[in-house]
Design a protein around this ligand. Sequence first.
Ligand code: ZN
Length: 133
Amino acid sequence: MKTTVIDHIGIAVSDINEALKFWEGSLGIKCAGVETVEDQKVKTAFLPIKESEVELLEATSPESPIAKFIEKKGEGIHHIAIRVDNLEAALAELKGKNIRLIDETPRKGAGGAMIAFIHPKATGGILLELSQR
Ligand code: ZN
């Protein structure tokens, strides 16, 4: 699989504005935008660090995967995303290797990216996202 960079690290937070006080206020990393992804019931804030980003994720509904994550584990790193050149090809390759996927086909993520998640059972316990910009 052709990977490029760590695209972003997704961090589950209870309150984006509260979290931004630390990321922007204390660390001085500027937020490049806030976006709601209806599909995932999350509000996201992007903080670019060179070619990668920190992505703060706040649930917009109790049904959101982020709400469930925080309920179970508390705030913290939710997923890591690796950028690929060709997501369809990457998924086909993983399917060929019998890797357990959450998304068999790409779906729309924040920032107009196409994304797919690999199941934590296949990765040694972390939620791994593949992202094509
Ligand atoms: Zn992500």
